[in-house]
Design a protein around this ligand. Structure first.
Ligand code: UTP
Length: 297
C-alpha cells in the first residue's frame, strides 16, 4: 500500500520584495483576496486533499501568520455575546488543532529548496506535499486533491504543470517531457528559469508538489543553483531515472500568480466576481471602467 500524503510544507520565508513597501510589515501570505488571506486558500486546499499536519517554514517578521492561526478568545467572546454566529463560523476555519501546525524558522532566505530542507526532521521518511501560497488556484476540485488522487496511481514525485508562452518560460522551472500521457507527463529533465530559446517544452512547474523523502536527502547535498539559491527543482531533478520517477500533472483550474502585482490584481477581480454578493457591483464597475478606457482611446 502506498503511504498517504498527510503532511504539507508551506514555505513562507521569502522576503516578498515585489510587494514592498506593503511587505515591510505585512507578510505577503497575509495579504487578502477579497476577505481572506492568501494562506487561508492554501490551508483550505491542503485540508481538502487530506493533509493533517501543516508545517510552515517562516522567517523574521512573519508573526502575523502565527497569530492568524491562533484562537482569538476576546474576539470570539465578543461575537458570541452579540449572537454573530455566522462570523464565528468564519473564524472557525482559521483555527488549527493543537499539534497540527508547526513553525520552523529559515534563518536566511537561501531559496525554496533550502526552505523545504529546513522542515526535513518534521517530515521524516514519508511522502509530503509542498504548497506555495502565492500560487492561488481556482478549481472545482482543489488542485492538490487532484494531484493526490493521481499520485495514488503513480507514486514517485509529482509537480503541478501548466502550459505557458515561450516568452514566460524564464520565470519558471520547465519540464523536459519523456512521455506525454495527457493529464500527466513523465519527466526526463527539469530546467530552472531557462532562456526562451532553451526551454525544453512549454510546460512550467507551479507551486504544488508531492515529493518523496529522497528529495530531502538530495537537498542535504545541494549547492546553490540558478540565481545563487538552493533550488527545489534541482533536487527533484535528481529523482529522474531513479526508482520513483517524476511526473508533471496538468491540473484543471486557473492559477493566479499572487506573488506578482498583476497576478494578485487579476485574482482579486476573479475571486470578487465569483462572490454572489459582490458580483453585480463589481461587474458594473468593470464595465464602466472599460467603457471609459475605450472612449479615451
Ligand atoms: P518567491 O520567488 O516568490 O520569493 O518565492 P519571495 O521572496 O516570496 O518574493 P519576491 O520575489 O521577493 O517578491 C516563492 C516561494 O518560496 C518561498 C517564498 O516564501 C514563496 O512562498 N521562499 C523563497 C522561502 O520560503 N525561502 C526562500 O529562501 C525563498
Amino acid at each position: 500500500m502506498r503511504r498517504k500524503v498527510t503532511k504539507a510544507i508551506f514555505p513562507v520565508a521569502g522576503l516578498g520584495t515585489r510587494f514592498l513597501p506593503a511587505t515591510k510589515s505585512v507578510p505577503k501570505e497575509i495579504m487578502t483576496l477579497v476577505d481572506r488571506p492568501l494562506i487561508q486558500y492554501a490551508i483550505d486546499e491542503a485540508r481538502a486533499a487530506g493533509i493533517k499536519e501543516f508545517i510552515f517554514v517562516t522567517s523574521r517578521g512573519k508573526g502575523a501568520l502565527e497569530d492568524y492561526f491562533d484562537h482569538a478568545p476576546t474576539l470570539e467572546q465578543e461575537l458570541r455575546k452579540k449572537g454573530k454566529d455566522q462570523l464565528l463560523s468564519i473564524l472557525k476555519d482559521t483555527n488549527m488543532d493543537s499539534g497540527a501546525i508547526a513553525y520552523i524558522r529559515q534563518h536566511k532566505a537561501l531559496g525554496l529548496g533550502h526552505a523545504v530542507w529546513c522542515a526535513r526532521r518534521l517530515i521524516g521518511n514519508e511522502p509530503f506535499a509542498v504548497i506555495l501560497p502565492d500560487d492561488v488556484i481556482a478549481a472545482e476540485k482543489p488542485c492538490l486533491q487532484q494531484m493526490v488522487e493521481a499520485y495514488e496511481q503513480t507514486g514517485g514525485n509529482m509537480v503541478a504543470a501548466m502550459e505557458v508562452p515561450a516568452s514566460q518560460a524564464s520565470s519558471y522551472g520547465v519540464l523536459d517531457v519523456e512521455e506525454d500521457m495527457g493529464q500527466m507527463v513523465k519527466v526526463r529533465g527539469m530546467v530552472e528559469k531557462p532562456k526562451a530559446e532553451e526551454a525544453p517544452s512549454n510546460l512550467a512547474v507551479i507551486g504544488r508538489y508531492i515529493l518523496d523523502p529522497d528529495v530531502l536527502r538530495s537537498l542535504n547535498q545541494m549547492k546553490s543553483g540558478a540565481g545563487g539559491e538552493i533550488q527545489l527543482t534541482d533536487a527533484i531533478a535528481q529523482e529522474i531515472g531513479g526508482d520513483n520517477g517524476v511526473y508533471g500533472y496538468r491540473f484543471r483550474g486557473q492559477r493566479f500568480d499572487c506573488g506578482s502585482k498583476s497576478g494578485f490584481l487579476q485574482a482579486t477581480v476573479s475571486f470578487g466576481l465569483a462572490r454572489e454578493e459582490l458580483r453585480e457591483d463589481l461587474l458594473g464597475f468593470i464595465r464602466d471602467a472599460v467603457r471609459m478606457e475605450n472612449a479615451a482611446e
